[in-house]
Write a protein that binds this ligand. Structure first.
Ligand code: FAD
Length: 524
């Protein structure tokens, strides 16, 4: 069977199993009793552990809609000690079972799943414990928020804004959990100025794979602190994180600039992340078959669409400047000064004014729209890459132009591309970025949504083609949200960090209990 037929067959089987297993929500378990993790504490089984089909169903799928793994059960903890107790039970057992914290299940390849193990539904902590977000500090020493690992970033924003404060580093979408994004990195257009979210954590409480609850920071248990940040859930479950806050602005000036020429586009992006001007810089592709975003007015859209049709592909630089009432009279002038000298297409600069909250929460409207038309819960064959700065022109030619544009398919989700300053990333943390000494690297996010399994297979094949192109051309990319099947692939991914990653695993989760869905220590 060819590769593509195999993928089709796989997807078909996936859907058949899905419909078979979940035919009657709430009915008894579809697997034999012998799969019970024998060491589960009785009181957990009686109270917070759900083994109903309806619980299992939620915990065995994720935003990706590609992988499905059935856990034995789902723990709905009402306190930190419920989670600690669960991990201790597994660790102390002669037959340990696997445990995965599930934030909001927005992974795309089963990373928060635990086949035959227990998924911890972190969200239930927020409904059962008060004050899981508290704001502290003062203006001379700095402000911070102590936040439960299960909290969504939208809740962190809303609570801190009540005191005129906000975190400084964000993701594009806010319905993700603090524990989930800190297990990866947490990046967005602010990362060049403040570092990723993992660089803005002062302290954490973590339950290790041995069941120990440990407070860690750069100065206290720093091995655990560095291991957990960007650690893909392998070393502990974050139950509290202390996040850096700053004074929140009221409003933003939001700009989009259109380019035909990729080298002018990246030159301007790199310039803007090197000066003190904007507070957020990203970028994306506009393909000729893709309708331009609703950021633009209908007449601007038709102008952009006709330029895209002429050119085949356009590049859209997106930047934001925060401001407050006291500079309301000068902000437009300041903005014009920053834009002077940039090389976007003449007449193709578009501006908007928005509240700080609406700007940060910008993806939510899109989500609600897609949900209303049934296009949110579809397969998401995403590919997220970090690319060495010196190879981004080759990547543009080989991937954006030769693979993506030539296929002439309408884009099915945003394709993001923007540089990030390296200096605010901490190399002692587990997170993996390109192993060179360049001062910037690029992030490329191909955020595809598939209509059906056939569409999914085509997109997945294109992702493979892109990775093969990078490999053949010697472009040393690193995957963000990595997913691999083989140990050698993981070793290559971690590169010089592989040994320390292993040492830390042996130290903090020696029985390999945590986050098995990442498939790092249980790969082929
Ligand atoms: P989950 O998917 O539930 O978990 C992710 C991993 O972390 C799993 O291995 C899990 O076991 C582990 N984990 C979860 N909670 C904890 C915890 N408390 N302690 C330890 N381990 C834990 N990412 C960005 O960086 N920038 C973006 O702009 C961005 N935009 C996104 C937009 C959308 C629409 C979506 C769906 C995702 C986006 N992401 C982005 C990706 C997001 O960061 C990941 O999906 C991430 O996994 C967080 O999702 P989650 O909180 O649901 O975690």
């Amino acid at each position: 069977m060819g590769h593509s037929n195999m993928l089709h067959a796989y997807f078909l089987i996936h859907f058949i199993i899905n419909s078979f297993v979940f035919i009657t929500p709430g009915s008894s378990r579809p697997w034999p009793h012998t799969l019970f993790p024998s060491s589960l504490p009785n009181e957990a089984i009686d109270t917070n552990l759900c083994t109903d089909t309806s619980c299992i169903k939620i915990a065995s799928s994720d935003y990706g809609n590609i992988i499905q793994e059935l856990p034995f059960g789902v723990l709905y903890p009402s306190s930190v000690s419920d989670i600690k107790h669960l991990v201790e039970s597994s660790y102390n057992s002669t037959t340990p079972f696997t445990i995965a914290a599930r934030g909001n299940g927005h992974s795309v390849r089963g990373q928060a799943m635990a086949k035959d193990g227990v998924v911890v539904n972190m969200g239930s902590m927020s409904s059962n414990e008060n004050e899981r977000i508290s704001v502290n500090g003062n203006s001379s020493l700095g402000f911070y928020a102590d936040v439960g690992g299960e909290q969504l970033w939208i809740n962190v924003l809303e609570t801190t804004l009540e005191q005129g404060l906000a975190p400084v580093s964000w993701t594009d979408y806010l319905y993700l959990t603090v524990g989930g994004t800190l297990s990866n990195a947490g990046i967005s257009g602010q990362s060049s100025f403040h570092g990723p979210q993992i660089s803005n954590v002062l302290e954490m409480d973590v339950i290790t794979g041995k069941g120990d609850l440990i407070t860690c920071s750069k100065n206290m248990n720093s091995d655990l602190f560095n291991a957990v940040l960007g650690g893909l859930g392998q070393f502990g479950i974050i139950t509290r994180a202390r996040i850096v806050l700053d004074k929140a602005p009221n409003r933003v000036k939001w700009v989009r600039l259109i380019y035909k020429d990729f080298s002018k586009f990246t030159k301007d992006q790199e310039h803007l992340i090197s000066i003190d001007g904007f507070d957020y810089v990203e970028g994306s592709l506009i393909m000729k078959n893709t309708p331009a975003s609703d950021f633009f007015s209908p007449s601007d859209k038709s102008m952009i669409n006709s330029l895209a049709s002429e050119n085949g592909i356009l590049y859209c630089l997106e930047a934001v400047k925060y401001y407050d009432d006291h500079i309301i009279n000068t902000i437009d002038e300041e903005l014009e000064m920053i834009l002077t000298g940039l090389s976007f297409e003449s007449g193709f600069s578009f501006k908007k004014d928005a509240t700080f909250f609406d700007f940060l929460n910008r993806v939510r409207d899109e989500e609600l729209l897609l949900q209303s038309i049934g296009l949110w819960d579809v397969p998401h064959p995403w590919l997220n890459l970090f690319i060495p700065r010196s190879r981004i022109m080759d990547f543009n030619e080989g991937v954006f132009v030769d693979i993506i544009q030539k296929q002439n398919r309408s884009s099915s989700g945003p394709f993001l591309v923007y540089p990030i300053n390296r200096k605010k990333w901490d190399d002692s943390m587990s997170v993996v970025i390109p192993e060179d000494d360049e001062d910037m690297f690029y992030t490329v996010a191909l955020l595809n949504s598939a209509k059906d399994y056939k569409d999914w297979a085509i997109m997945d094949e294109q992702n493979t083609e892109i990775l093969q192109f990078c490999d053949k051309s010697g472009i040393k990319v690193k995957q963000y949200f990595p997913h691999y099947k083989k140990k050698e692939e993981w070793m290559k991914h971690f590169g010089k960090k592989w040994d320390i990653f292993n040492e830390r695993k042996a130290q903090f989760d020696p029985k390999m209990i945590l986050s098995p869905g990442q498939r790092i220590f249980n790969s082929e």
